[in-house]
Design a protein around this ligand. Sequence first.
Ligand code: COI
Length: 381
Amino acid sequence: MQITNLTHTGRPSEPLDPRQLEFGRMFTPNFFVTEYKNGEWRNPRIQPVEPFALHPASLVFHYCQTVFEGMKAFRQEDGRVVLFRPEMNAKRMQQSCARLSIPQIDEDFFIQAIRALVENERHFLPGEPGCLYIRPTAMGVDATLGVKSASEFIFFILTLPSGGYFKGAGEGPGAIDVLVTRSVVRTAPGLMGGVKAGANYAGTIKITEEAKAMGCAQVLFLDAHDHQYVEEMGGMNIMFVQNGGLRTPPVTTDTILRGVTRDSLLVLAREHGLEVREDPITIDELITGVKNGSITEMFACGTAAVVIGINSLRFEDEPSIRTAVGSPGPVTMKLYEALRGIQYGRVPDRHLWVYEVCPAHAGASVGRATDAQGSLRATWT
Ligand code: COI
């Protein structure tokens, strides 16, 4: 499909430190958008970001018929602009759309749209440790209060100049404290936990606010049936270093998201000679492992967060635990460096994970970012 470009590429001038960028608050000036009507996606275009005029009865406002993806573009050391494993996001977007009865977005078209947008916005991509965070989103917009699928949809892609997801992270993995909840569940078998539905995240907001009030940046959710099995956090997967190997809950159920970073780290861990175990782990086993020293490191991973050490696990009504090795520990660091090395082009891309959007000469790291109101927030060279 032909993508119309309605933008004038600007070249902002003043410098910005990606370490100062607050995640999710700054947007490049243009976005990709297409509408689905009468059975087809129409008028795909890149245009200046502007608010949507949607009827207050739009389905997405009431029944959350919306799914999204999280991806990143990187400026490599040689100046190339690349995406990281975009085909995995394209496939997952299809799975998410299928689960929520949203019309399919062809995988090739999905990547073509991202590629065109990132190329257009490349001047807003800061160098390491920055990136362009990419947020493809699809939603049902018919104005009707009947609980049924929409017949009209919008698919759009935003790009955001970004540093670390957590304040202070960016130069290295950093570390956070995590609240383990036994009272709130994120999902259950048969629900939508295995796909990227907006509603999954809505359910985590209140408990995450409570966790933040306790000094914890994330919440770890357990399974809905036994309240025992470790699943995932509000927006990232979880991993442990146990007896020198890497262990993580399996994604064989539909309650844990198949994270792209998760999958990449498992491949890299094997490559680094670590034994990898994808098997269920109960919270009691985790506590025992930390206490007896068999679990030496805990960390979270995701596209936005990359890799982040877990300092301590706190509980609603029992003492907190932490590993004897400080966080981020040595294995966490090694995996973080291996991943970042590929993303920023410092180490060979043996798995063909990076996907070139622009060659080395196309666009210096110079940019300008606005907030949601369109006010200038930052510029950089
Ligand atoms: C991502 O990692 O890209 C996500 O979508 C998770 C969200 C918490 C930002």
